[in-house]
Design a protein around this ligand. Structure first.
Ligand code: GLA
Length: 403
């Protein structure tokens, strides 16, 4: 009798173990094939901050379609901070009833009806960066709610995280999302403090911010308040991203923050450089401007399919800075077909000629290669050993080099 009971207990435990490992495999599968190329979409924060509403988000989703951005590859419509106001007596997150009068599900349904995907924002700590309720202690409950709303993308911030361990906190929300049974892209927004490029992939993060917030400016940085550093211009972010190239790949990307293209703080030349650099960095392309009234110049930057193709190349290599001399730089990204996407960047204040030597791209000098200008949409002809171009101040020339 005793033996029978022992056998029963053993069998019961074994079946639990098997069920558990099957469940684990299931959840590993669930989030395994997300973000195989850098995510593309739109997010409310850079332009609208806390001014989010159902109406604005619906209009923006319409604009993603009407502007041709959806056709260019933009998929996610992401509501950043400030959609949430409190928790109810059972701990459920409460959506701002004034700005989202129908709750979140209809917003997600509408976005999906346009063939787009739906993203929301929360925070691993007790409060979001705008002081709204965070996710701490509610991870599984929130994940179930997000899944029920049809959420496809979660940006998870790091404010009010006090003594929390970053790696453990993000592993926890990934486990919660997987347990909720819906494949959800996890965007780790920890600003690079605990070097998420070293552990982000392992905990199931699909992208991780590697820097503080972007600011709509070309260079430099600005303290938030005295002693509290900083938000950064495009060049400052690029310099922080440059050494991280080996950590990016399909499903797991360094995130230099969302785009500021079209928000008014830079010239169109600088916005074109910003977009080109994000593409060569294989960065997520999350537009942050008002898509409802874009100038044609801004539209043409955001929807340049040749530049987007560089960002979205399936091999998923992040480009490297392969040459630098003062204000002049050459960046190169290996593409799946063996070609290179190349950015010639002039950070200086006057036009300068920049040379690209094949050796710096990893090609022998005697190779002859076709060069195509990705902004002029023009074949430049065949070149042997090198290519050079005049690059205007704060501008880029972006080319494909195909031997
Ligand atoms: C942090 C993030 C930003 C944005 C705000 C929202 O600063 O880094 O991208 O999400 O919070 O409050």
């Amino acid at each position: 009798m005793k033996m029978n009971r022992l056998l029963f207990v053993l069998c019961f435990c074994a079946s639990l173990l098997v069920a558990n490992s099957v469940a684990q495999q299931e959840s590993a599968r669930l989030s395994a094939n997300l973000a195989l190329t850098p995510p593309m979409g739109w997010n409310s924060w850079n332009k609208f901050g806390c001014n989010v509403s159902e109406e604005m988000i619906r209009n923006m989703a319409d604009a993603v379609v009407k502007s041709g951005m959806r056709d260019a590859g933009y998929q996610y419509v992401n509501i950043d901070d400030c959609w949430q106001v409190s928790r109810d007596a059972s701990g459920n997150i409460v959506v701002d009833p004034q700005h989202f009068p129908h709750g979140m599900k209809p917003v997600g349904d509408y976005i999906h009806s346009l063939g787009l995907k739906f993203g929301v924002y929360s925070d691993a700590g007790s409060k979001t960066c705008a002081g709204r309720p965070g996710g701490l202690g509610h991870e599984y409950q929130d994940a179930i709610q997000y899944a029920a709303w049809g959420v496809d993308y979660l940006k998870y911030d790091w404010c009010s995280s006090t003594t929390q361990d970053a790696r453990a906190s993000y592993a926890n929300i990934r486990a919660a999302l997987d347990a909720a049974g819906r494949p959800i892209v996890l965007s780790i927004c920890e600003w690079g403090t605990a070097k998420p490029w070293l552990w982000g992939q392992e905990v199931g993060g699909n992208l991780w911010r590697s820097t503080g917030d972007i600011q709509d400016r070309w260079e430099g940085k600005k303290e938030w308040k005295p002693g509290d550093c900083c938000s950064y211009g495009v060049l400052a972010i690029v310099d922080q991203e440059a050494p991280l190239y080996s950590y990016a790949g399909p499903g797991h990307w360094n995130d230099p923050d969302m785009l500021e293209v079209g928000n008014g703080g830079m010239t169109d030349i600088e916005y074109r450089s910003h977009f080109s650099l994000w593409a060569i960095l294989a960065a997520p392309l999350i537009a942050g401007n008002d898509l409802r009234d874009m100038r044609p110049e801004i539209h043409d930057i955001l929807t340049n399919k040749e530049v987007i193709a560089v960002d979205q190349d399936p091999i998923g290599r992040q480009g490297k800075r392969v040459w630098k001399n003062g204000d002049l730089e050459v960046w190169s990204k290996q593409m799946k077909d063996g070609s290179r996407a190349v950015v010639l960047l002039n950070r200086g204040s006057a036009e300068q000629k920049i040379n690209v030597n094949w050796e710096d791209l990893g090609y022998p000098t005697h190779f002859s290669a076709e060069v195509r200008d990705l902004w002029q949409h023009q074949d430049m002809g065949k070149f042997t050993g090198k290519f050079s171009a005049a690059v205007i101040s704060h501008g880029v020339v972006m080319v494909a080099v195909r031997p």
